[in-house]
Design a protein around this ligand. Structure first.
Ligand SMILES: *Cc1c(COP(=O)(O)O)cnc(C)c1O
Length: 227
């Protein structure tokens, strides 16, 4: 087995263990492989290990890989900062966008999603650390944005996403996720299409699963350290 295949299998096993440990439903947590700055051969290897969902942060880099790997029928998730001038390419080439943080971007994605493609799956990015430099709406603002997205016919509102500030202790990480989960549960009761909490990376996915994540985004833990 290659190192990448071993890593994927080990993370899948850990997901299963954590689902049991934190009394989560079996198979309720999906694995998104974050392939930013990773070449297409390694993505092929991950696909060979059964991985179908991949996350990318930079449009142009992603587009080259999407074109090169078209025959694999992968699901591409855009998880990077959204710029207005990249929405068309994203609407045309991705299945998911996790990083919608303003109405203007949502409106453009809806207008630019080609007729004939399935709806674009959208998560609203929430900024948990309150740093101005980071993208994302505050917990207070996300209900309004979710309402707007729910009205757009070519988008499917799937949930919330967050990139928390790196915290080293498990308890600190958990603490930080509690308010997000409570907001997610509240919004889910208002929007029946919501089923996704995109939360947890290589260093904090146990805490994320403990606090209700349904999709963890793992880069380093699968592909190793990025160049
Ligand atoms: C890079 C990245 C990840 C993966 O991070 P790792 O620590 O390598 O697992 C997850 N989510 C987002 C938004 C990222 O940019």
């Amino acid at each position: 087995m290659t190192k990448i295949a071993e890593n994927i299998s080990s993370i899948r096993q850990q997901i299963t263990q954590f689902e049991v440990r934190y009394k989560r439903e079996s198979s309720s947590v999906k694995l998104l492989a974050v392939s930013k700055r990773i070449g297409i051969e390694k993505i092929r290897t991950a696909h060979g290990a059964g991985q179908l969902d991949f996350g990318e942060n930079y449009y142009q880099e992603a587009k080259d890989k999407i074109d090169a790997l078209l025959e694999l029928n992968l699901y591409w998730h855009f998880i990077g900062p959204m710029q207005s001038n990249k929405t068309r390419g994203i609407a045309e080439n991705f299945s998911w966008v996790h990083s919608v943080d303003r109405e203007k971007i949502a409106v453009r994605l809806n207008e630019q999603r080609p007729v004939g493609l399935e709806n674009l799956n959208v998560c609203v990015q929430v900024n948990l650390s309150g740093e101005n430099s980071k993208s994302g709406v505050s917990l207070d603002e996300c209900a309004v944005l979710c309402n707007s997205i729910d009205q757009l016919p070519k988008l499917s509102l799937r949930g919330l996403m967050a990139i928390p500030a790196p915290l080293s202790s498990f308890e600190e990480q958990r603490q930080c996720f509690i308010a997000l989960f409570s907001k997610y549960e509240n919004l889910k009761s208002l929007h029946s299409s919501m089923d996704t909490l995109s939360l947890g990376m290589s260093n904090d996915f146990e805490a994320a699963i403990a606090e209700g994540s349904t999709m963890i985004r793992i880069g380093t833990g699968i592909f190793g350290t990025r160049n």
